[in-house]
Design a binder for this molecule. Sequence first.
Ligand SMILES: [Zn+2]
Length: 425
Amino acid sequence: MATSVNSKLQQAVTDLADKRAELLVALVRCPSLLGQEGDAQRLMAERLVDLGLEVDVWEPDVDEVRRHPAFCAYPGFEELGYRDRPMVVGRLAGAGGGRSLILQGHMDVVSAEPRAAWAHDPWGGEQVDGKVYGRGSADMKGGLVAALSAVEALVASGIRPRGDVLIQSVIDEEAYSNGALACALRGYRADAAIVGEPTGMEVIAAHAGVSHFRITVEGRSAHPAHKTEGVCAIEKSMLVYRALMDLEADRRARVRHPLFPNGSPVEIVVGTMHAGSWRSSVAGEAVLETRLGFAPGETIEQVQAELVERLRVVSHADPWLRDHPLGLERIGYTASADLPIEHPFVGVVRGVARAGGLGEIELQGHGAGNDMQSLIHHAQTPAIVWGPGASDAAHVANEFVELADVERATRLYAETIAAWCGLAT
Ligand SMILES: [Zn+2]
């Protein structure tokens, strides 16, 4: 019985190849940049309605989302709000008696600049040798298409899962996971979730937290003829920079996690520095923006306390900084998360991967943030990240995803639904 059901499902996945390619191309042709996600989300909603799912399309209440402690504003949010930026959730109601599953993806994409670096139109969805090119093809419209196609394969085969299957198409992932938070606040939960980010079908069961801080360094500007009366904020910034790199080295040696065997996900990057007002003046101020990673099991409060202490020590050692305290502002963060390897969902995914020809999977940790943490912390939904496309194809020029990879993900998702949610006979 199981074999005939599985072969029916596999045949349906094969038969849906053209529809997957068509939808992926259509989604890539919607430039769903920050603030422009409406068209792509409406297209997704239409296709979910076509499948006969119950579809919820809503613009989150800005005040409700903003009130949540995990909400983080980003530049432009105040003007954008959620007008014409809906969330979309489709629900395939189970027959009852099974475990539920969320398949989640984000529709927002990052900028395609610099455009000159592209050999393909980033919004063209060009197909060449089995690949679809374009911004968002791998990160992560391919994963969303695989999720929808897996459910379509079930529907087309007349196979009904016992547990509910939800497809969540969110926005705001590239900012601070506010979209995933909005779904949690709407009440969506399940017994497990897959976030279909491009992992090359590696299973990510832990990921870093990401925090952003702005550090303001005061100096005293002066005319070059009176340079000795000035205090160069750039020079003082070097002390701060060195302190941050020392903090990173210290944390790398100290903070451990089993899924990060080659070092902890604690990278610190000083991404921007703006200083001075004129090339001939001693710089009177410098502003550094920095990113601190943190491991599953660590909280933002712990990491921030370590940063504060490190800056206190460096300031104490410098007479100027002792009297002119550094400014420190937390700009935003997303939490770290992990799923215990003994969780039953991990066992089911292992079995599906083995049967699907992936062999014995080794769980991985990932050094960047994504919506997995939001599902775990705010929707109380155990989650992994597992999706088609190479992670190094994301955020770069000539981004692409292989249609064969999207097909493989579709098969694995369909089999995971069957194995996790159960099938009604
Ligand atoms: Zn992504």
